[in-house]
Design a protein around this ligand. Structure first.
Ligand code: FE2
Length: 745
């Protein structure tokens, strides 16, 4: 704890202190006969001295001068044990030089190279190192880690996971890092308990906190690429993305390999880029030799069936649109006579609406939306309306489809009793609008783009030691990389999204309209289900699993948030948290008060609700709208982002050939199917929801909450597995063991 004045005649004075007593030692220089110079203690308070010696198992009766000196050296030098962990992904290790400096309340250690005999910092290993200081540094506030290039070997990045420091006082402190480090980089880490800004009790910590956020605000920014939709990150290319959020090289390699395999297979078959039209449905089954799923095969066999068509609006990739219908929209004049053959005998449409058996999907948001040109003409996208009937067999059957908003002779209401191809074409065009709607609003904007804003705000407003940073950061892994990469590939001029019916401009316009209509309650799953009147519709597995999952996430978030925010007061005075939600409101929801999204937090409940939403949308919701894309989109007649022919305007004119001419040509088809494959893959570094390989919390209580969260998710997995075993078409997108912690694809 400090040093005394040096006593007269001695060369050094030390003053060791613990809670009960102190030892005072001074040393005199002693020249030994063989020429060595030593120092020996000359002034000891014997009682206290013997107490200390006992503690170190020193036996005074048999000692020598050398032993005395060694013992005093041990007593007075402070030893810090460092367990340094390197990430376990491929290429995580480094042969560069790593230096570490301990910064304590009472001083700093030397900048010390961490090096043991043999290899250091190999992938998936923990190396133990020691730093010794003349005196205890007191409470360890920060550690500084530097990586210098190896002068012989070429530079390689290091995935630095964490350091656990054991102090001479016996404290064990976790310093999480979990990021890639380049040569010449310096990181300063805080360790120990999560702290809010007003809890920092040392000027070094306050200064570090301020500088950390200042630096991050210089690196992470928002950029308007398109007006009216959430802001994007300022990184325009993946090479600009900093080490704390970069993708692992092993994942990049794996993605490239998959892409190469897909390209190779399609290239060998001469399908890639082919402008030919499909000659038969049989030909489409040969796109891939080896990629099939249980559901994709079911889709190929059952895509024409009405009951299966209806079920996809509940349990397919876009379960968020359909609503219970208690009154027909005035522009959708479906009559009893039209639908009587499809309702239960003796009932009417009105009666069925009153019973709650009629449902509607309305694409008015897509009315007059700009679409891309194809062969010199705008591609038709149909802002249709589709009416569904929940029949006594508990199947949701489509019973009427009008492809445009304004009823007219050239916009007839198609019925299941029309010719097979008329009805199939009506269903296909309505589904085409639904899939464009799904990609723009429910997949890209609501999960990918908003999660990007949540991530940027977190990097800019919350320091690493903040409890909400620690809670949320696992749910943002790779999101910025994924979005930057996705915008540069899927939206490139030949990318699958650019060649969709809406194309880049139409998809952006649809997002704009979607954000204009968005309400906070749309994002809150229990409220959303109730508002859409879907509380009791049977066989709605997205709802069944989604509500259970929401509840589990919500209870976990409640425990974590209440632990760090025991009262509303604590929430209101956390200025960093207030800045964070302020940025999300401004850059994610474009300061639209009418959305009902909070621009500040006044209560603990508000924080719990918002963070539950973020975790659900970054994990489960993304899985629900993303993971089934190969299952449901790889068979393009079932659902295609692009239909190139005009939809039917009159009845009785169509043939099977119209269907084959409506679907994309061979080259465009394989581009969509390849995208669906890429986006539905599970990669090797998949981190399931509820697992936290990055240890960021140092306190036992939150760690216990995380274990409880994981246990509850396992139970939900068991329930879903048991249910799915009884289904022809299982619903596994919200099964926790298939949900990733974050949006990584
Ligand atoms: Fe996605």
């Amino acid at each position: 704890q400090g040093s005394s004045e040096r006593p007269n005649g001695s060369c050094w004075g030390l003053y060791g202190l613990n809670t009960d007593f102190f030892i005072f030692i001074s040393f005199k220089k002693l020249t030994l006969p063989f020429g060595c110079v030593c120092f020996y203690p000359v002034h000891i308070f014997p009682a206290y001295f013997s107490l200390e010696i006992t503690h170190t198992h020193y036996k005074p009766a048999t000692t020598t001068l050398k032993n005395i000196l060694h013992t005093f050296h041990c007593l007075t030098m402070a030893k810090y044990k460092l367990d340094v962990t390197t990430g376990d992904m491929d290429f995580a290790g480094t042969w560069d030089y790593v230096f570490l400096t301990l910064i304590g309340a009472n001083g700093e250690s030397e900048r010390t190279e961490l090096s043991n005999f043999g290899l250091n910092f190999q992938s998936g290993t923990t190396g133990t190192y020691t730093i010794t200081t003349p005196l205890s540094l007191g409470r360890i506030l920060l550690i500084k880690v530097e990586k210098d290039p190896n002068i012989i070997l070429p530079e390689n990045e290091w995935y630095f996971s964490k350091v656990v420091v054991t102090t001479p006082e016996g404290d064990v402190i976790l310093f999480p890092c979990f990021r890639w480090m380049n040569s010449g980089e310096v990181v300063e880490l805080r360790g120990g308990r999560a702290m809010k800004i007003f809890e920092d009790d040392h000027p070094i910590l306050s200064e570090h906190r301020k500088n950390e956020l200042m630096q991050r605000k210089n690196i992470y920014g928002y950029e308007i690429k398109e007006k009216g939709i959430p802001y994007f990150t300022n990184f325009r290319d993946i090479t600009e993305i900093p080490g704390d959020i970069r993708l692992s090289k092993s994942k990049i390699d794996e993605m490239m390999d998959t892409k190469r395999w897909i390209g190779l297979e399609l290239g060998l078959k001469g399908l890639f880029g082919s402008p030919k039209k499909w000659e038969s449905f049989e030909d489409m089954t040969k796109i891939f030799w080896r990629k099939k799923t249980q559901i994709s095969e079911y889709v190929t066999e059952h895509w024409r069936e009405d009951a299966f068509y209806g079920s996809q609006y509940l349990n397919g990739v876009n379960p968020g649109v359909m609503v219970r219908c208690s009154e027909l929209p005035p522009n959708f004049p479906v009559t009893d006579e039209m639908v009587k053959p499809f309702l239960e005998e003796g009932t009417t449409l009105k009666e069925e609406m009153e019973k709650g058996n009629i449902f509607l999907s309305d694409k008015k948001i897509m009315d007059r939306i700009p679409t891309r040109s194809y062969e010199g003409k705008p591609i038709p996208v149909t802002p249709g309306l589709c009416l569904f009937y929940l029949n006594p067999q508990r199947n949701l059957m489509p019973i009427a489809i009008q492809l445009y908003q304004e009823p007219s002779e050239k916009n007839p209401i198609f019925l299941p009793s029309d010719s097979e191809t008329d009805w199939l074409l009506a269903k296909m065009f309505f589904k085409n609008a639904d899939f464009n709607h799904h990609q723009a609003i429910y997949h890209l904007m609501s999960t990918h783009f908003l999660a990007e804003v949540y991530n940027i705000a977190t990097m800019r407003c919350l320091p690493v030691i903040h409890p909400i940073f620690k809670l949320l950061i696992p749910h943002f892994r790779y999101i910025i990389y994924t979005n930057v990469k996705g915008r540069n590939s899927l939206f490139s001029p030949t990318g699958p999204l650019s060649i969709s019916s809406l194309g880049y401009d139409g998809l952006m316009e649809l997002m704009r309209r979607g954000l204009n209509e968005l309400k906070y309650s749309n994002l809150i799953v229990p409220e959303n289900i109730t508002e859409r009147g879907l509380d009791s519709i049977p066989n709605f597995y997205y709802r069944d699993d989604g509500l259970k999952l929401w509840d589990i996430i919500n209870r976990f978030v409640r425990k974590m948030v209440e632990y760090y925010y025991p009262s509303d007061d604590v929430v209101t005075k956390d200025v960093e948290l207030q800045d964070w939600i302020g940025e999300i409101f401004k850059y994610g929801f474009l300061s639209k008060k009418e959305t009902g999204v909070p621009d500040s937090f006044n209560t603990v409940e508000e924080v719990i609700k918002f963070i539950t939403m973020i975790i659900f949308y970054s994990s489960g919701q993304h899985a629900a709208v993303n993971n089934g894309q190969f299952d449901y989109l790889s068979w393009v007649p079932n659902g295609s982002l692009l239909l190139v022919k005009s939809p039917p305007h009159t009845k009785g004119q169509s043939t099977e050939r119209d269907i084959l001419e409506s679907v994309p040509n061979v080259g465009d088809t394989v581009s969509f199917v390849g995208m669906a494959w890429m986006l539905s893959l599970v990669y090797k570094d998949f981190v399931p929801l509820g697992t936290f390989p990055e240890e960021r919390f140092d306190e036992p209580t939150p760690k216990q909450f995380m274990k409880e969260f994981h246990r509850e998710l396992i139970l939900l997995t068991d329930t879903i597995d048991a249910r799915n075993a009884l289904l022809d078409v299982p619903y596994y997108y919200l099964n926790p063991n298939q949900i990733e912690n974050s949006i990584t694809i």
